[in-house]
Design a protein around this ligand. Structure first.
Ligand SMILES: NC(=O)c1ccc[n+]([C@@H]2O[C@H](COP(=O)([O-])OP(=O)(O)OC[C@H]3O[C@@H](n4cnc5c(N)ncnc54)[C@H](OP(=O)(O)O)[C@@H]3O)[C@@H](O)[C@H]2O)c1
Length: 225
């Protein structure tokens, strides 16, 4: 799983942890990854950590090699960034960074891992309402999530005959650190919690191997953002 050092990724790690479950936890912050590993181990699971920047394609190859050491039940493409500013203030570096982390990394991991994945295994992509709707100030983020949405929908059809499931999760605004980098007042108390998103992922993965929960939107009753 990518982006397991905090936020939604850490909550997914906790939700999936248990006896007989081994997780490969990716992020950049080694201390934060170690804290996630401890949470996994406290629930009886096992975890190894791998810290690197997803813009580094060589390190992505290393993650693939480690993930392929055992048959893989699931790839969770969770890591993501949001650079929120008007389209005419975005730099090309911010645009390409968003593309690299939010789209190219999931593509490369999927391309290299899916061919070896057994029937009934799953690829989980953490998307957003921003994969379907444009929001002012969020053009680079929306660009990336729309792109991942298109890849994911095509992938689902390409993998259908191999029995690998593609599960798309659409959390509405979720109270995580990602909002610390977004200017403006955001009502964090109205947001859903990372654990709410993780519960949806765990539910989708727990379905029989012949069933795919294709698209899950998780929203707050307190209002939408
Ligand atoms: N929070 C929301 O409202 C919301 C709503 C819908 C969808 N999402 C999506 O949910 C996913 C997780 O978001 P979050 O809210 O949990 O964000 P978060 O708390 O900011 O966590 C982001 C995660 O991505 C990792 N990451 C960021 N840049 C990276 C890079 N260059 N290389 C490797 N890892 C990198 C971070 O690792 P380090 O901390 O170790 O750097 C961290 O584990 C994202 O795809 C996001 O778009 C979030």
């Amino acid at each position: 799983m990518t982006g397991a050092s905090r936020g939604i990724g850490r909550a997914i790690a906790e939700a999936l942890a248990g006896e007989g479950i081994t997780l490969l936890l990716h992020g950049r912050d080694e201390a934060a990854l170690a804290a996630t590993r401890q949470l996994v181990e406290a629930k009886g699971g096992r975890a190894t950590t791998l810290a690197f920047d997803l813009r580094d394609r060589g390190q992505i190859n290393e993650m693939v090699a480690q993930a392929n050491a055992e048959p893989l039940d699931a790839l969770v493409n969770n890591a993501g960034i949001a650079v929120v500013k008007p389209y005419d203030a975005l730099t090309v570096d911010e645009w390409l960074e968003t593309l690299a982390i939010n789209v190219t990394a999931p593509f490369l991991l999927t391309q290299q891992l899916a061919p070896q994945m057994p029937r009934g295994s799953s690829i989980v992509n953490i998307l957003s309402p921003a994969a379907k709707t444009g929001f002012p100030g969020w053009s680079s983020y929306c660009m990336s999530k729309f792109a991942l949405e298109g890849f994911s929908q095509s992938l689902r059809e390409e993998l259908r005959s191999s029995g690998v499931r593609v599960i798309n999760i659409y959390p509405s605004a979720t109270d995580t650190d990602i909002w610390s980098g977004v200017e403006g007042e955001w009502p964090r108390e109205k947001m859903i919690a990372a654990h709410d998103v993780a519960a949806a992922v765990a539910y989708a993965l727990a379905q029989p191997a012949t069933v795919v929960v294709e698209n899950v939107s998780v929203a707050s009753l307190a209002g939408t953002l």
